[in-house]
Design a protein around this ligand. Structure first.
Ligand SMILES: Cc1ncc(C[n+]2csc(CCOP(=O)(O)OP(=O)(O)O)c2C)c(N)n1
Length: 327
């Protein structure tokens, strides 16, 4: 990916590697005792607010990256890593761990932020995001960062990887669950539907797809038909009912508010509990692209914009992460 030009005022940013290391705004009730599998009770909404600021901050620090998708997915990622996934951040090759694949790999910074908060690596390492020698590449690279189950970024591929893992688990008699997160725009990729068919054919109840349904893609769909200032921006999914299509292929479908932490946890546990029924589950999570900050919400321009210094400060204020204790 071409690196965006750093703005002149970037030096004024509260950088993870400098200012924030002295007084982390994301200070948590650590340690999170990772070997318990599920993290002890913490406020998921509070974590998500911290996560959103870290996304904006890390992208501003690196000068390139995505904002809209990571922010729409943040509540899903936090709920998964803190309540749903049975993982051991200090033992990433634990054979019985649940598998999570971020098929919409451009939202990598959202995943890294949550992994850092969960204890996979130091939060300070987020300051290396997207630099050449970093473990935290712009798109997930499983050869660099332990804890990633797949390298993604070319949309459409993650569900195929997940179904292979789920099928392998079945054949080896392992009881873990595989979760794959997709973008709603990503479901336009044909390979998704090949995977949907195969997962149903083999009755992979141990596979769950979570679709981040934020209704926008890279260039939004802000123009009515015929007004194509930058190609044809009409929504090619308009009129397609994703849930009906998945059900027709033999999947269970759950529809939830993707910003409601309890609903997310309940749907994921429902999917896990339904595994013996041999029907894969799709969780269609309605979200808002850029969720959490007024000037990024619902704006396709923030798909991959870099915040200015003023915008970082404004986001911090809106997210309520400004007081003395940094809480
Ligand atoms: C095969 C492929 N085509 C195009 C892209 C470029 N691209 C990156 S993100 C994106 C939009 C994805 O939209 P969606 O899946 O809805 O993700 P979200 O809105 O959650 O960011 C596109 C077209 C890509 N990464 N891979």
């Amino acid at each position: 990916m071409a690196r965006a030009r750093a703005v002149a005022s970037l030096d004024a940013l509260p950088r993870a590697a400098e200012v924030d290391r002295a007084r982390p705004p994301w200070s948590l009730p650590l340690p999170l005792t990772p070997r318990e599998g599920i993290a002890p009770r913490v406020d998921l909404d509070d974590l998500a607010r911290r996560g959103r600021l870290l996304v904006i901050d890390s992208v501003a620090h690196s000068g390139a990256g995505h904002i809209g998708g990571p922010l729409s997915a943040m509540d899903l990622l936090v709920a998964l890593f803190f309540r749903v996934l049975r993982v051991r951040p200090d033992e990433t090759d634990w054979p019985e761990r649940d598998r999570f694949i971020l098929s919409k790999g451009h939202s990598a910074i959202g995943l890294y932020v949550v992994m850092a908060l969960r204890g996979y690596f130091p939060v300070e390492e987020l300051a290396t995001f997207d630099s050449g020698d970093s473990r935290l590449q712009g798109h997930p690279d499983m050869t660099r960062l332990p804890g990633l189950e797949a390298s993604t970024g070319s949309l459409g591929q993650g569900l195929a990887v997940g179904l292979g893992i789920a099928l392998g688990a079945r054949m080896r008699g392992l009881g873990f669950h595989t979760f794959v997160m997709l973008g709603d725009g990503e479901t336009q990729e044909g390979m998704i539907w090949e995977s949907v068919m195969v997962a149903a054919k083999y009755g992979l109840g141990n596979l769950t797809a979570i679709v981040d349904c934020n209704g926008l893609q890279q260039y939004g769909w802000p123009l009515p038909p015929g007004e194509g200032g930058r190609g044809d921006r009409r929504d090619p999914l308009a009129g397609t009912r994703l849930g009906d299509a998945l059900q027709a292929f033999g999947w269970r479908v759950l529809e939830i508010d993707g910003h409601d932490s309890e609903a997310i946890v309940a749907a994921c546990e429902d999917a896990r509990g339904a595994a013996p029924g041999r029907q894969p589950t799709a969780i269609l999570a309605t979200t808002v692209k850029g969720r959490g900050v007024s000037f990024t919400e619902g704006r396709f321009e923030w798909h991959a914009r870099v915040a200015t210094a003023d915008e970082v400060v404004a986001a911090r204020l809106e997210l309520g992460l400004t007081d003395e204790a940094g809480s």
